[in-house]
Design a protein around this ligand. Structure first.
Ligand SMILES: Cc1cc2nc3c(=O)[nH]c(=O)nc-3n(C[C@H](O)[C@H](O)[C@H](O)COP(=O)(O)O)c2cc1C
Length: 316
């Protein structure tokens, strides 16, 4: 085989693995593929119960790793390309993937290796993706491409459909009126083309233009309102993460009242603020349009530059 590809994913519902398969359709038969599923030692539930779901927020946002099951690869094994499939949790990188990237084995695999990241989520991925870029830079990887696939339903609709999916396991046609909570079907149609672009770059040994080509295929779309929403949201999450974790660690009884408060506060604020923000947002976007345009241009590009997005969030 001419090329060795490692496909690393964490996926609770299988969506991220389905994206990986769609991307790989664009690769030639001269690629040997190896698959690794990240597995926490203590599995997260799916569907989630409400308590566990919101209780997962603080340590995710505070970037605290968890123990993982060992990965079945030989020590020091290297690949020509890593495809890394992940999802944002609470505007941060989910803990299983974060833990992999911070592990000795993860760091050794990532070091000096070209990495293409892809994610599937509801619609809020920008801050988490900046963290992903940072982790890859810290691991010494060559981040050569990034893809973000989302659900295109209006914000409140996708909030309902993602909660139905995550908390009840109902993905399609919820209550007979709500659309799918998963990524838009159109992404599965464009994925093989994105895969082809990655494969061509791999064969040429030239990653220079890959991200521009992926963008031309619709790999990342940023709306100005998303940037504004994420900045506010990530600040709130940091506050609540510190407030809840001050009472104890994940799963501890001592912090349950604060977790319950947060689990009501978050959807309530989204529902309450969405109409108000929708009214005010055009003005805010108009006033900040140059800054937002500059940020959007930077966010879809590589590499990571500390402080380019949301400097008041010290982690970015
Ligand atoms: C705990 C948790 C937090 C999530 N937070 C976000 C988020 O901040 N932004 C977002 O767009 N989607 C969020 N999602 C949705 C996921 O990113 C993703 O769509 C889902 O996990 C399906 O992918 P998978 O089955 O491959 O894991 C969250 C899901 C979970 C379980």
């Amino acid at each position: 085989m001419a090329y060795r590809i490692l496909v690393i994913t964490y996926s609770q519902t299988g969506q991220t693995n389905a994206i990986a398969e769609a991307l790989l359709q664009g690769f030639g038969s001269d690629c040997e593929r190896k698959y690794v599923q990240i597995e926490p030692e203590k599995k997260y539930p799916f569907p989630w119960n409400g308590r566990a779901f919101f209780d997962a927020m603080p340590e995710t946002v505070l970037e605290i790793p968890i123990a993982l099951k060992p990965i079945d690869l030989a020590p020091g094994e290297k690949f020509d390309l890593i495809l890394l499939g992940w999802q944002p949790w609470f505007l941060s990188v989910n803990r299983p993937i974060l833990s992999f990237m911070r592990s000795a084995q993860g760091r050794s695999l990532l070091k000096d290796t070209p990495v293409v990241t892809f994610l599937g989520c509801r619609n809020m991925w920008v801050s988490a993706n900046e963290k992903m870029k940072r982790y890859l830079a810290e691991a010494g990887a060559r981040h050569v491409g990034q893809i973000a696939m989302v659900n295109h339903s209006p914000n409140l609709v996708s909030l309902i459909t993602i909660l139905a999916w995550m908390l009840k396991g109902v993905k399609e046609n919820f209550m007979g009126i709500f659309p799918s909570g998963g990524i838009d079907a159109s992404y599965y149609r464009s994925s093989p083309k994105m895969g082809e672009a990655i494969y061509k770059a791999l064969k040429a040994g030239n990653w220079e233009n890959l991200q521009s080509e992926l963008l031309a295929l619709g790999a990342m779309q940023i709306k100005p309102k998303l940037i504004l929403m994420e900045k506010t949201g990530s600040q709130r999450f940091i506050f609540f993460a510190k407030w809840i974790s001050a009472k104890g660690g994940e799963g501890e009884q001592s912090r349950v009242p604060r977790v319950i408060f947060f689990s009501w506060f978050l959807p309530f604020m989204i529902v309450l603020l969405t109409p108000l923000i929708t009214l005010l947002r055009p003005l805010q976007i108009l006033l900040k349009r140059k800054e937002l345009r500059r940020e959007a241009e930077y966010l879809v590009q590589l590499p990571f530059e500390k402080g380019r997005f949301h400097p008041s969030d010290k982690s970015l």
